[in-house]
Design a protein around this ligand. Structure first.
Ligand code: OSB
Ligand code: MG
Length: 368
């Protein structure tokens, strides 16, 4: 397949409520969307990088620059297929979220032309997925409980609380009391250090599904030490940048459950491989999220329909994030989302919104 043009769209979308984590507060998404144009049609990919390099080293303006200066020229020079995008871009280190957006757009174009859905292509085994919700650090315990209560009313099957030093045992205790035996887990986004192991051990009394990424991404050894010290399963997010790293972390007993995010690992093909190796090693996985629009959500929901995604994902309905989504909205029904069935991602970008929400005119890159 020859790519005729790569368009880079940048849009601003306010979040329905501020989302606070240990790495800061977000009130809006600054989204980079990649559109590839080919003779057989178009394809879309969403870049999940945040506006600032605070979750990982990538950030949206950096992704835009590396695509413009390195990745688009390389892809526009050759014939591509979804499986050749990663090898073609391997000359540049890292920048996995930027690479993932491009690979997803190529895959979407390919599958739309072939009439095959992401779910079919990935090997999905279900047509609906169980949904959880990720709840930010709140201004007070009362406000946290109000927010969690609202999500329970909407039918979410699992609550994930963002924690950090100073906001952990108390909110977790209060939420556990409120929600009874509903599934509960916590995410620290690297906010703790080895000195906190005794403190984190106190989370054991709350019967959590898991604790996600307490320590910095490079420090697998620290997670091994924590996993030995507590009963709550340790789950890595930021650390897992490839299937190989997942195998290593599992074999070292640093993680007994894995959060899969395609953007973090360079694309859905690597995400499916990671799902497969985790299944072989008997380790369950769940689908993480990066506050995606409908474009990224569609692909995540398809991924979450694979067999070894046995825990509810951070695949929430569109209304948890945005007053209006960029695509047809994802609506929760009985705590689940339908897996899209149309060709490619199965959703369409509402082009009038792309225009209304644009932060700058689209950048159009062509072979020269
Ligand atoms: O660590 O899982 C995370 C959002 C942005 C960056 C990192 C994370 C998150 C979330 C929200 O927890 C998940 C979602 O609902 O998309
Ligand atoms: Mg996380």
């Amino acid at each position: 397949m020859k790519i005729e043009a790569i368009e880079l769209h940048r849009i601003g979308m306010p979040l329905v409520r501020p989302f606070q984590t240990s790495f800061g507060v977000q009130t809006k998404r600054d989204v980079l969307l990649v559109r590839v144009l080919t003779a057989s049609g178009e394809g879309w990919g969403e870049c999940v990088a945040m506006a600032d390099p605070v979750y990982s080293s990538e950030y949206v303006a950096g992704c835009e620059a590396v695509i413009r200066d390195y990745f688009a020229p390389a892809l526009l020079r050759v014939d591509v297929a979804s499986e050749t995008v990663a090898p073609t871009l391997r000359f540049a280190l890292g920048h996995r979220m930027a690479k993932a957006a491009l690979e997803t757009a190529v895959l979407d174009a390919e599958l739309r032309a072939a009439g095959v859905s992401f779910a079919q292509h990935f090997g999905a085994v279900r047509d609906r997925v169980d949904c959880g919700v990720s709840v930010g650090i709140a201004p007070s315990i009362d406000e946290l409980l109000d927010e969690v209560d609202g999500y329970l009313d909407e039918g979410y099957q699992r609550i994930k609380l963002k924690i950090k030093p100073g906001w952990d045992l108390e909110p977790v205790r209060a939420v556990r009391e409120l929600i009874g035996d509903t599934l509960l887990q916590v995410d620290a986004n690297t906010a703790y250090s080895l000195a906190d192991i005794d403190h984190l051990q106190k989370l054991d009394e709350f019967d959590l599904l898991l604790i996600e990424q307490p320590f910095v991404e490079e420090d697998i050894a620290a997670h091994v030490r924590l996993a030995r010290a507590i009963d709550t399963p340790v789950c890595l997010d930021e650390s897992i940048v490839s299937a190989e790293v997942a195998i290593d972390a599992i074999e070292r007993h640093a993680t007994s459950i894995v959060n899969i995010k395609a953007g973090r690992m360079g694309g859905y093909l690597e995400a499916v491989r990671t799902h497969d190796v985790c299944a072989e090693l008997g380790v369950p996985v769940w689908c993480g999220g990066m506050l995606e629009t409908g474009v990224g959500r569609a692909a995540n929901v398809a991924l979450a329909a694979l067999e070894n995604f046995t825990l509810p994902g951070d695949t929430s309905g569109s209304s948890r994030y945005f007053a209006e989504d960029l695509t047809e909205p994802f609506v929760l029904r009985d705590g689940q989302l339908d897996v899209p069935t149309g060709p490619g991602s199965g959703v369409s970008v509402r082009s009038e919104l792309l225009n209304d929400w644009a932060l700058r005119p689209p950048i159009v890159l062509r072979a020269n």
